[in-house]
Structure formats: structure tokens, C-alpha cells
Ligand binder design. Sequence first.
Ligand code: HEM
Length: 363
Amino acid sequence: MAAAARTASRAFLRSTPATSSFRPAARSTRALLPTQVRASTRRGYASEAGKGGSSSIAIWAGLLGLGGAGAYFYLNGEKTPKGPFEATQADYQKVYDEIAARLANETDYDDGSYGPVLVRLAWHASGTYDKETNTGGSNGSTMRFAPESDHGANAGLKLARDFLEPVKAKFPWITYSDLWTLAGSAAIQELGGPQVPWRPGREDKDVAACTPDGRLPDAAKDHRHIRDVFIRMGFDDREMVALIGAHALGRAHKDRSGFDGPWDFSPTVFSNEFFRLLVEEKWNQRKWEGPTQFTDKGTSTLMMLPTDMALIKDKGFKQHVERYAKDNDAFFKEFSDVYVKLLELGVPFQSKPEDRFVFKPSE
Ligand code: HEM
């Protein structure tokens, strides 16, 4: 089903004339075929991580308790501790490669890629940040626990967390908070988006650090709400618009948010299509039983949320929507900068921004 939808979507992309209102952004073949072309590199996952048996699990558990934050003790063939081990860029690249391989192999999500829901997991883990109290943010990965996992805004994100469990099992030294944000960076790159430099340094916290419900935005609201929520995190108008451009990816689900449908015709390709369609299409309120959302006049198959429409109703936001609609390069650059900032909110790094890693995407 998902494969069929993906094929149809790509057939559409190939057949759509450049003059059509729905033409996709110019993309490389690699970007248009993010999952198909790499489906041959199948690997093993959780089963491999368990090869050492229960004794190695016990050792790992003990070492993780001692090490934390990416530092752990290396075990040689005899399984004896051999001095402290700091994970290097090469180690994190292996984590990236594993996520990329899973994205290529596990195609049973919606339009054929788990990438969109990984981007959303990293955003919801980070978007709880409050700059006044310096609470929330990606440092802690408290969405592992109820009540935060049960917050309405996080509906559906268990699928993303579960998708990453085999990666955590294979690389037990990485914290969940580093893993989830690294996965957000990887998903953007693997779906044909810009480089998203990333650095480690997040620690997992316990349930006591869960943030209160209501810190993430409510899609039924207007421009004032968008500003309230994103100013609390420390973003300006331009950054807010760039971030919401991630709605080029994925879709809304009736059984999660109540909203329904994709924002564009290529929901597994990162591009400025969200902005182009927002500006060039005519959007009507959808007539249905569900919450207020908007649908494109041309095909009635796409959707916009009330908060998305607020981006063209508000002058301060609209100037950036129009700019990104015309200039994909500007969108890529500014999105990358602001997504990096989002993923780092409230993290007490020991490293400097120039120490960030740029991961090599899969072939
Ligand atoms: C005003 C701000 C925002 C609102 C109100 C909002 C709301 C929503 C809603 C209602 C959904 C549908 C969830 C579902 O039913 O599965 C969604 C999906 C999504 N959002 Fe946002 N969002 C906002 C900002 C962002 C930002 C800043 C990002 C990333 C940088 C993002 C990335 C995504 C992605 C990738 C999906 C698709 C997920 C999937 O396909 O499973 N959103 N958003």
C-alpha cells in the first residue's frame, strides 16, 4: 500500500510539467528516490546487539550507569574494561549510517519513509524548551515517560521512538536524547534536505523532568499563539516560518491530531513545496466532520492547518513565506540553521558550535 502510494507519488513527480502549479522543486535523482535506491543494503539490528548474551548486557548496564553522556568503557575481546572511551565523530557516523539504513529498509510508514515522523520526534523533544526557566528541550528525552508521552501533541510519536530502539540496542552508549536529535538531523539529510550539523552532549533525565502539557503549539490556533509558543523558545518570526517549512514532509493523521492529509505531493522529499503551494494555490476550508483545516482548490487532496494559513495571513510571517517560496536555497540554509538551534535548546554543551559534526549522507 505504502509502496504503491510512493510509486504513484513519484510517477506524479516525473509526469508533472514544469508549468503546473504542483511542480516539485528541482531535485536530484537521489533526493527523489530516498528509500528505493538504497533498499539493497540490508543489515542486522537488535539480534546482533544481543550476541554477547546476558552477561554482556549486565556489564553494559553497569558501565552505562558509570559512564553516561557518550563516554563509556571500551570492552576488548576478553570483556575487561580498558580505559575510558570517548565516542568520536566516526562512532556517531556509524549511528547515522544505521538510521539511514533503517530508513531505506523499513518502508512500511505512510508514504514509504519513517523520515517525517523522526523529524517530528526531534522537534517535539526539543520544542518544550522554556527560555525563562531553562526547562524542557531535547536534553533529557523525557518523552520516554508518561505523562509526557501521553500529551495529545505527542500522539503517534511512539512509532518514531520504537523505530529507533534497534539503533539504541546496537549503540547502547548513545543517550536517547542524542539519538533522537541525531535521527532528526539524519532524516532531513536522507530525505534530500540540507546538511544539518549536529553535536553530542545531551543526558537522559528521569520522569521528574517531564515538562507540563501545553508547551507545544496547537494547530487550531492563530498567529498570536505561534508567536507565544516560539518566542518562549527564543525564536524570531523568520525562524518560526523556516521551521514550520518542515511541513513539506509527512502528513496529518485523523487518529493522532484529528487533522488529515499531506501538505504536498512529495511528502518524503524535503523541499520548499509547502511555501510554494501556500502562496500559489487557493485554499478553501474543507467541508467535513473533522476540525477546521484547509484544502487546495485544484485537487482537494492536500491540506493546510489553521496555523499554516496564519503564515500568509500575518504580514510579518508572509514576507518569509514568499521569500522561501521563490528561493529554495535560502530556505535550505535558514532551515538548517534554525533546526540546529532547535535541537540544541537548553543543552549544556562542553563543546563549541564549531565542533559540530557534518554527517556523510548515504550513497
Ligand atoms: C505552529 C507550529 C506547528 C504546529 C501547530 C504543528 C502541527 C502539526 C500537526 C497537527 C501535525 C499532524 C500530526 C499527525 O496527525 O500525525 C504535524 C505533523 C508534522 N509536523 Fe508539525 N507543527 C508545527 C511545527 C512543526 C515544526 C517546527 C516541525 C519541524 C521542524 C514540524 C514537523 C512536522 C512533521 C515532519 C510532521 C509530519 C509527521 C508525520 O508524517 O508523521 N512541525 N504538525
